[in-house]
Design a binder for this molecule. Structure first.
Ligand code: ATP
Length: 254
């Protein structure tokens, strides 16, 4: 049986005259964990938008979960994909608590106008327990720390029961202890549910522990890919980050 869940062929994406992806090809099999690293502007986020059906392909093709990504497949596809971005600043006056925010993850399958069932609220409570913020369920979403907010964002993606999990710098701008917790949580979720996972990050320390494969992106292209240990060698990183000094790359290294 073909276990390929993502197949991208020679994709080009541009924003007006800026070319963000130049001929990118990628295949991922079900349950794989792919790390994506590279300098700012390398095209990492844009690659995730192609998988999410939001990228505007000017060339090439993308198939995700058995469907060719195009205008008609987009909405159906997004229900099957969980997405977690960087911490968002939320207005503390927003009258929505953590439990209600996480329930939003169910609306893709539920439909906006249907009331959640008791079973769905139970699922939300179980997921809140799993990510370690059950005690914050009734707190307004704008009253969380960065790390707590990211756990809620991960919970919202998880109740959606995604088949693919896209994580775009989920540990950026949060405290170091919370960063470690979020990375461990991502690892736990992947081991528990074997969701096909793509993690874009600038935090290289824990990558060898959690990734099966590492993609190195530079100037809109996949510059290299391979086993995390070899991709995180100091000379490779120095070249990836355009001649960063050994001290600089050492600080990124595991
Ligand atoms: P970072 O690590 O800084 O988040 P990245 O590797 O995720 O960067 P992308 O966000 O994919 O890079 O951006 C790739 C290129 O496309 C960059 O040159 C960026 O300026 C450009 N770009 C991204 N989004 C847009 C947009 N909405 N409009 C115009 N240009 C964009």
């Amino acid at each position: 049986m073909d276990s390929t869940v993502i197949r991208i062929r020679d994709v080009v994406v541009s924003y007006r005259e800026d070319v963000a992806l130049q001929g990118v090809s990628l295949e991922m099999r079900k349950g794989e964990f792919l790390g994506i690293i590279g300098p700012n502007g390398a095209g990492k986020t844009t690659l995730l938008t192609v998988i999410n059906g939001l990228g505007r392909l000017v060339h090439g093709e993308a198939w995700v979960l058995g469907s060719r990504v195009n205008g008609t497949s987009r909405t159906a596809l997004r229900k099957r994909i969980g997405y977690v971005a960087q911490v968002q600043k939320i207005d503390p006056r927003l009258p929505i608590n953590v439990r209600e925010t996480v329930m939003v993850g169910c609306y893709g399958r539920l439909g906006l106008l249907r009331r959640p069932t008791r079973a769905q609220w139970e699922r939300v409570d179980n997921v809140l327990e799993m990510v370690g913020i059950a005690h914050l369920a009734r707190r307004p979403i704008g009253h969380l720390s960065g790390g707590e907010y990211q756990k809620a964002a991960i919970a919202r993606a998880l109740v959606q029961q995604p088949e693919i999990f896209l994580l775009d710098e989920p540990t950026a701008s949060i405290a170091p202890q919370a960063q470690r917790e979020i990375m461990s949580l991502i690892q736990l979720i992947h081991t528990e549910y074997r969701i096909t996972t793509l993690l874009v990050t600038h935090d290289l320390r824990q990558l060898p522990l959690i990734c099966d494969r590492l993609l190195l992106m530079k100037e809109g292209k996949i510059w290299r890919e391979g086993a995390p240990e070899s991709m995180l060698a100091e000379d490779v990183l120095s070249e990836l980050y355009n001649g960063a000094t050994s001290a600089e790359t050492a600080s990124l290294c595991p």
